[in-house]
Write a new protein. Structure first.
Length: 123
């Protein structure tokens, strides 16, 4: 009778350990997923990355793709990529290149993602 009791406990402990390991792995994967969604993707993962390569294999700023990115990030949230877009815009003096209506949209984007802090982060 003792042998059967010891065997049941062993099976129960092993089953509990396996279930715990599965739940731990699922929690880890879920946490990574949530963290990824919170911080977002890099800007280069989007189709509207504002740099293209010209015939001389040199990167070239593309204002059209920049505009697409501005409109996208006003409607959709991606903190990381939007701040990267703002940083690129500030480097390329995009305010001077945009039309007045587009400048207002850029100002909204700048405020939404705290663009003023981006310059503070890089100094």
């Amino acid at each position: 009778m003792m042998q059967g009791f010891g065997g049941d406990i062993t099976v129960n402990i092993i089953a509990s350990m396996i279930a715990s390991a599965i739940l731990l792995a699922a929690g880890f994967i879920w946490g990574k997923y949530k963290e990824r969604r919170k911080f977002g993707r890099n800007l280069e993962e989007y189709d509207f990355y504002p740099y293209t390569i010209n015939r001389d294999d040199m990167p070239e700023f593309n204002l059209k793709d920049f505009r697409l990115g501005m409109h996208y990030f006003l409607k959709n949230n991606d903190y990381t990529a939007a701040r990267q877009l703002i940083f690129i815009g500030e480097q390329n003096n995009v305010r001077a290149q945009l039309e007045p209506a587009e400048q207002k949209i850029y100002a909204k984007l700048f405020d939404k993602y705290e663009g003023g802090k981006i310059a503070d982060d890089t100094t």
